[in-house]
Design a protein around this ligand. Structure first.
Ligand SMILES: [Zn+2]
Length: 577
């Protein structure tokens, strides 16, 4: 109670006095901070005091920012004091787009990001087969055919054929999820369990890839993967309930540990079901959520209509759970799997303009529900056709409901945008939620997919979005990419691909833009600018500290920086060993 009163006084004083002195809170408070950081290189992103040396927090809030001399009087008997030793200290990083439970799940399944050939993946699965019981599902994640040193033989459109995989795993269904999440590769046992044969037609919005003789290769694109994912879900649902909940809780913990070790203090989770949100709420009540979550609901429109009103939560559980967004319904698929919905056909697959995954009518209905219940929309638009459809739907709704005010609707990914549509983001107040790192991981094959001219004019135009005045936020889309803000920051500012070439250098972000895309802009995109996004008295004490100064290091050294400390709500959650 005393602490609370002290905090209240500090906040009142800081409101009265802000701007009057060098430090951002008044004199007179002493020996009462819970946490003090000294000797830092604080980049506050607060215009009234952009640079500082030290900071104090009481409870979960920052109470003072200033010089060592200004902060030291707040050190008391029970204050935790951290000597930052001159390290760069910034507002807690917000990963603006990811899949929280998917991240947790990926840390449970087999990681297939590292293998550089298809044979390597097959032998990893073979080892797993020897560990599990017959009939048990084997799940892997993160493979990408364009990362392999050579294409598998045989292959169909670059993806393997399942025979080798089926040979090493005759009795266990295997599902290997593509790095984009927009396709899976399965073995014969899995195909058999879901009843896919040569005679099975492609489902709407997806494709069962076939070889020359019409036989399914094991590669299932977009909605064609649903049957297998459903079969896996049925298998998991057949496990005892306690085992299922324990598994989900483990996912929450694994995802949090991974995020926090990467300096991430808040996470925009782009799509969970009502059922998962129930579990997250329960964990928030138990104070068992280690990371702040901003969760979008991903459910079909008719289910939203039924339950949406009950699910709005803002700052629930001490600011650890907010639900006020409808997302990430995928209007289209990924470019990597030729799924992104384009205005014109793929350069390297001229028969296709990609897929419209969730019907436009469903998105339209969700948008009406969002207006009705005061929810934000955050829908994936990868291709230029998808972005246009979304901008049209958003614009229509804004026009029809001019009194709805500050809606901050978002488009996720924005990888291909037609030049006519780019200025519409700023004009309509639509937030561009981009993935800096996609530019460099996709870069090597984007020109192949789109052709040089279209790639240059429409592809990954992050700097143009900033210049247009749009709010741009960043994120890694874990588990699609590692939740590594330093790698993402480097990609955003360098656009340097693994082959050493720079992917359209005019679209590089400045370092300050990249930092804002992870802090103040991301806070704004979640209506949280009063609480997050700068090191300002009164805001949450969410803080990230780096071993090296990523704002001034030579570009090639940015990736040598590491996270030293992650602080959430004034609590030290991670310290680099
Ligand atoms: Zn995503």
């Amino acid at each position: 109670m005393i602490k609370f009163l002290a905090l209240l006084m500090v906040l009142v004083f800081s409101l009265l006095h802000s701007g009057c002195t060098g430090s951002k809170t008044p004199q007179g408070l002493s020996g009462s901070a819970d946490l003090v950081l000294l000797n830092g290189n604080l980049l506050t992103l607060d215009q009234s005091l952009p640079r500082a040396q030290a900071l104090a927090a009481i409870g979960d809030r920052i109470v003072r920012v200033g010089t060592n001399q200004e902060i030291e009087p707040l050190i008391g008997e029970h204050t935790q004091v951290i000597n930052l030793e001159g390290q760069l200290t910034v507002p807690g990083l917000i990963d603006g787009h990811g899949h929280y439970m998917g991240l947790g799940e990926s840390l449970m399944g087999i990681d297939l990001k590292a293998p550089r050939t298809w044979s390597e993946i097959v032998s990893i699965v073979a080892t797993e087969v020897s560990r599990v019981d017959p009939g048990e599902w084997i799940v892997g994640r993160g493979w990408h055919q364009d990362k392999w040193e050579w294409p598998p033989t045989p292959n169909v459109e670059g993806s393997p054929v399942h025979d080798e995989l089926s040979r090493v795993s005759p009795d266990n269904p295997v599902m290997l999820i593509h790095a984009s999440g927009h396709g899976v590769f399965v073995n014969a046992k899995a195909l058999e369990q879901v009843g896919i044969t040569a005679a099975t037609p492609d489902p709407p919005g997806g494709e069962i890839v076939r070889d020359g003789s019409g036989r399914a290769t094991g590669m299932l694109r977009e909605t064609a993967q649903d049957a297998v994912r459903d079969a896996l879900a049925r298998y998991q649902a057949s496990l005892p309930p306690a085992e299922q909940e324990a598994r989900l809780r483990r996912q929450v913990e694994l995802a949090a540990a991974e995020a926090i070790a990467n300096g991430v203090t808040s996470f925009h989770d782009m799509g969970e079901t009502f059922e998962i949100i129930d579990l997250l709420k329960k964990m928030a009540d138990e104070k068992a959520l280690p990371l702040r979550l901003y969760v979008a609901i991903e459910e079909p429109a008719e289910k939203l209509a039924e339950h949406l009103a009950r699910y709005k939560m803002v700052g629930y559980g001490g600011g650890y759970l907010t639900v006020r967004t409808i997302g990430e319904k995928v209007l289209d698929g990924a470019l990597g799997t030729h799924g992104g919905w384009l205005l014109e056909p793929y350069a390297d697959l001229p028969r296709s303009t990609g897929f419209n995954v969730v019907p436009v009518a469903d998105i339209r209905r969700s948008a009406e529900l969002a207006i009705e219940h005061g929810f934000q929309m955050a829908i994936q638009g990868i291709g230029d056709r998808a972005a246009r459809e979304l901008l049209n739907i958003y614009e229509e709704n804004f026009r029809r409901h001019p009194t709805s005010g500050d809606l901050r609707w978002r488009i996720e990914h924005c990888q291909v945008i037609h030049p006519d549509d780019l200025p519409r983001f700023a004009r309509l107040g639509v937030i561009a939620s981009v993935r800096g790192i996609f530019a460099t991981s996709d870069g090597p094959w984007v020109v192949k997919r789109l052709g040089e001219k279209r790639a240059r004019e429409r592809g990954y135009r992050y700097q143009s979005l900033f210049e247009s005045g749009a709010i741009v936020i960043n994120g890694t889309d874990p588990p699609v990419e590692d939740i590594d803000p330093i790698a993402n920051f480097y990609s955003s500012v360098s656009r340097k691909m693994i082959n050493g070439e720079v992917f359209f250098p005019d679209q590089r972000m400045t370092r300050l833009q990249a930092l804002k895309s992870y802090t103040s802009n991301a806070a704004f995109a979640a209506f949280e600018e009063q609480h997050k996004g700068s090191l300002t008295p009164g805001k949450l004490a969410d803080i990230t500290v780096f071993t090296r100064d990523i704002m001034t290091l030579p570009e090639e050294e940015i990736r040598t920086a590491e996270v030293s400390y992650t602080i959430i709500g004034g609590q030290l959650k991670y310290r680099r060993e």
